[in-house]
Design a protein around this ligand. Structure first.
Ligand SMILES: C[S@@+](CC[C@H](N)C(=O)[O-])C[C@H]1O[C@@H](n2cnc3c(N)ncnc32)[C@H](O)[C@@H]1O
Ligand SMILES: O=c1cc(-c2ccc(O)c(O)c2)oc2c(O)c(O)ccc12
Length: 235
């Protein structure tokens, strides 16, 4: 059998129709106008598929509200869908440290973030994520200070991000990892996987195993978007 090329977006669900139903019935009617606008400008980008899925976004919003998160960290901004969602959800005096090595994509979303009146909450760091996280850790004020972190960058480094983020988030803090089911490839035999997904598949399988074995966290993997793993730091 040939590996199946992704055609219509259907997330991890059985059919495109079901995903469309969820988005149109449960998600889009509640999506703020600014996020809709950001999604529309992102659609023109050749890598639009990287944008956080709106159904996953809704889960993130509820987690931020339940936990009352005020200080957030984001690794992997792209045009800023998850960043704007976070900025809209945390309180007026909340802060987000957002790291991405590519400012160009962020600049596409920034005018919409500005117009939404939440840019003052964002501290954008244009950098490779690992050195930026290490630099944050050098300041003792940051250690154990974040209520929430969202990781959506290069899958190969998730294990490395996790070690830093465990020190940056507070006990009881929430960390959400995106793409932990990597288009379903984690459960496919290697020969069935499209070559462009092979590398990410191996990293994701290893990463998922390492989270399960990590006694410092509670975890829950939810098949929204491309798979989210929600972690809570226990100690
Ligand atoms: C999947 S996109 C992020 C999507 C974003 N959360 C959203 O909602 O649109 C991944 C981003 O990670 C960034 N990235 C990839 N590897 C990185 C690295 N090593 N350091 C910093 N940023 C990185 C890319 O530039 C890209 O913008
Ligand atoms: O279709 C692709 C999609 C993505 C992708 C989607 C959502 C994310 O949140 C993310 O981080 C990456 O990444 C790819 C990639 O990295 C490849 O090498 C080849 C193809 C793709």
């Amino acid at each position: 059998m040939e590996p199946e090329k992704p055609t219509e977006p259907k997330g991890l669900l059985q059919t495109h129709e079901l995903y469309k139903y969820i988005l149109e019935t449960n998600v889009y009617p509640r999506e703020p106008e600014s996020l809709k606008e950001l999604r529309a400008v992102t659609e023109k980008h050749p890598w639009a598929v990287m944008s956080t899925a709106p159904d996953a976004g809704q889960m993130i919003e509820i987690l931020l509200k339940i936990t009352g998160a005020k200080k957030a960290l984001e690794v992997g901004v792209f045009t800023g869908y998850s960043l704007l969602l976070t900025a809209l959800t945390i309180p007026k005096d909340g802060k987000i440290v957002a790291i991405d090595m590519d400012r160009e994509a962020y600049e596409i979303g920034r005018p919409i973030i500005q117009k939404a009146g939440v840019e003052h909450k964002i501290d954008f760091i244009e950098s490779q994520a690992l050195p930026a996280l290490d630099k944050l850790l050098e300041n003792p004020k940051n250690v154990g200070s974040f209520d929430y972190a969202f990781v959506d960058a290069d899958k190969i480094n998730y294990i490395n991000y996790h070690e830093r983020i465990m020190k940056l988030v507070k006990v009881n803090g929430i960390v959400v990892y995106d793409n932990t089911l990597w288009f379903g490839s984690v459960a496919q035999p290697e020969e069935m996987v499209l070559k462009e997904f092979k590398e990410g598949r191996v990293s994701t399988i290893q990463f998922n195993k390492s989270l399960v074995a990590d006694p410092r966290i509670d975890i829950s993997t939810v098949p929204l978007g491309d798979g989210l793993t929600i972690c809570r730091r226990l100690y």
